[in-house]
Design a protein around this ligand. Structure first.
Ligand code: HEC
Length: 508
């Protein structure tokens, strides 16, 4: 009797929603576009590149999806949007859950789309400079984290402008995060005793946290931007090795791309930490809210925000205000120390002169906070150790120029040749997954929702070589007759006008 119910139920389920996924082959593209950028070999997350690897995580899949823990994206997307969002649409999530609830049906896995290939480095092209820490054994103990600072001479003979960088841990699972500062005066030295809580250097460059993409500043009209690096300066890399990693080897590198010498019109990106607070008394078993304000003197264009706290903190909100008017920046209602980084706005965000930057951090020092490093809770103060607390919100910004608010950073980056390998740049209401890349005779396009689409393939010079329309969420284009080369696939939602473009290489 029980069996019959299940059969009937499954049957009704199938007829009611004809798009319900059934086999692995029907959901594989969701894992490939939403999960495997972190979940592949040599990354910090367990691989999920095929059916059997996915089944190794079966025990946690449903709970992590329904609990919104995976894919990890703490910022509230109803408050503000960013480039490089790790998100999943409601319909994709429903498809995964229905596949899970139907018992993870394997089906014929040879019909599944080809998994994406990941290169060792995410940025295309050859870096102008590669600096590395050299072989280093983590000096964390079983119970204490280690923070080590490596001061690396750039050896630059003339001033350069940084256009992009990629931080590549030598041993991904043991590198918790990396913070990079510039030491323009070259006065710092390495401190690898494991207690380099505070990084030296005079100019913030950026950093790396698990899953964070490489940093690329817009490098083509209407916005060329970068960070100026003085000849002879040093870069300081602060690396956090978590407790338990002692003795394991690492060799982290930073790969730097500069504008060609003599490039003009490059605007400076500044890193500042206008909102910080070093008095944070948080008694055990209490919750506390702290706020900070910073009044601007001069119009600025915000490029990115980097809110920062440790493990007692559970919520952070940043906005700018004048009277009752607010300009939203970022809202994180489930702050997680493990997921942090620079959040880049899809458009430059103008904050006018007389506005005040505001930040609120909420700290939950009770047992309700599952990330509380102390059990039972202890009195906590401001400090740089992970078991202390911090309130330290950085911004990356430019001096405002008229028209900045119209600069579409997301699409400049989407067309950046350095980023042609990075498949998750999208801020539109639909997402696409184009594979394989390079393509031989067929290009498959998966779309996150059904709509009327116009799809075109263009040469880099803008010449159209293929044009088609579809109302489906999956389509295959025959590219047998298209010459070898680099192309742009443009997918336009006809009704909303939103367009996604992806680079693809055709190689017969
Ligand atoms: C930004 C990187 C990133 C993305 C994208 C991502 N994950 Fe994860 N995932 C991780 C990391 C890192 C871990 C290891 C555990 C941790 O630190 O939370 C993990 C762990 C997991 C686990 C195991 C958790 C456990 O309790 O053992 C599951 C299941 C999972 N992810 C599912 C997914 C699914 C499904 C997607 C896509 C819809 C996804 N993840 C996307 C980084 C990511």
């Amino acid at each position: 009797m029980k069996k019959l119910y299940i059969v009937l139920f499954a049957f009704i389920g199938l007829t009611a929603t004809t798009t319900t996924a059934q086999d692995y082959k029907d959901v594989a593209h969701i894992f490939y576009s939403r999960c495997t950028s972190c979940h592949h070999l040599n990354q910090h997350a367990p691989p999920m590149m095929n059916y059997s690897q996915t089944m190794n995580l079966a025990y946690a899949l449903s709970a992590d999806l329904t609990g919104n823990r995976m894919p990890p994206w703490p910022p509230d997307t109803l408050y503000s949007r960013f480039t490089h969002e790790h998100i999943i649409t409601a319909s994709e999530k429903a498809d995964l859950l229905s596949w899970i609830n139907q018992g993870f049906t394997m089906g014929d896995t040879t019909l599944a789309p080809t998994p994406p290939t990941y290169q060792q480095y995410q940025l295309n092209g050859t870096p102008d400079l590669i600096l590395s820490t050299g072989a280093f054994a983590s000096n964390a103990t079983l119970t204490a984290d280690a923070y080590d600072c490596f001061s690396l001479p750039t050896g630059l003979l003339q001033d350069r402008i940084l256009r992009a960088y990629e931080i590549v841990p030598g041993n991904v699972p043991i590198v918790h995060h990396v913070v990079v500062n510039l030491d323009s005066m070259a006065t710092t030295t390495s401190n690898t005793a494991g207690n380099c809580w505070t990084i030296t250097g005079d100019i913030g460059i950026g950093g790396y946290a698990p899953g964070s993409p490489p940093t690329v500043f817009p490098g083509q009209a209407p916005l060329k931007a970068g960070i100026r690096i003085k000849a002879g300066s040093k870069l300081v890399l602060q690396i956090h090795y978590p407790a338990g990693t002692g003795g394991q080897m690492d060799n982290t590198q930073i790969r730097l791309y500069f504008y060609p010498i003599g490039t003009t019109g490059v605007r400076t990106i500044y890193n500042s930490v206008p909102l910080q607070l070093w008095s944070l008394p948080i008694p055990a078993n209490t919750t506390q809210t702290f706020t900070q304000n910073y009044a601007l003197s001069g119009d600025i264009s915000l490029f990115a925000v980097f809110p920062h706290s440790h493990k007692i903190c559970t919520k952070i909100t940043n906005y700018a205000f004048l009277g009752t008017d607010t300009i939203k920046e970022i809202k994180i209602d489930n702050w997680r120390f493990d997921w942090q980084g620079y959040y880049t706005f899809p458009n430059l965000k103008k904050i006018p002169n007389n506005y005040t930057l505001h930040s609120m951090h909420f700290y939950d020092n009770t047992t309700n906070n599952l990330n509380n490093p102390h059990n039972p809770p202890q009195n906590v103060q401001a400090g740089t150790s992970t078991t202390d607390e911090m309130f330290f919100d950085a911004i990356q910004w430019l001096v405002y120029q008229p028209g900045d608010e119209n600069i579409d950073v997301a699409s400049i980056l989407a067309n950046d040749p350095l980023l042609a390998n990075v498949n998750d740049l999208a801020t539109s209401s639909f997402q696409s997954y184009v594979y394989p890349n390079p393509a031989n005779d067929k290009v498959n396009i998966y779309l996150s929702k059904k709509a009327d689409y116009k799809i075109g393939i263009y040469t880099i010079a803008g010449q159209n070589v293929l044009q088609t329309k579809t109302s489906e969420d999956a389509t295959a284009l025959d590219v047998k007759n298209i010459a070898n080369g680099l192309y742009l696939v443009e997918i336009k939602d006809i009704k909303s006008g939103e367009t996604i473009s992806k680079k693809i290489i055709i190689l017969h």
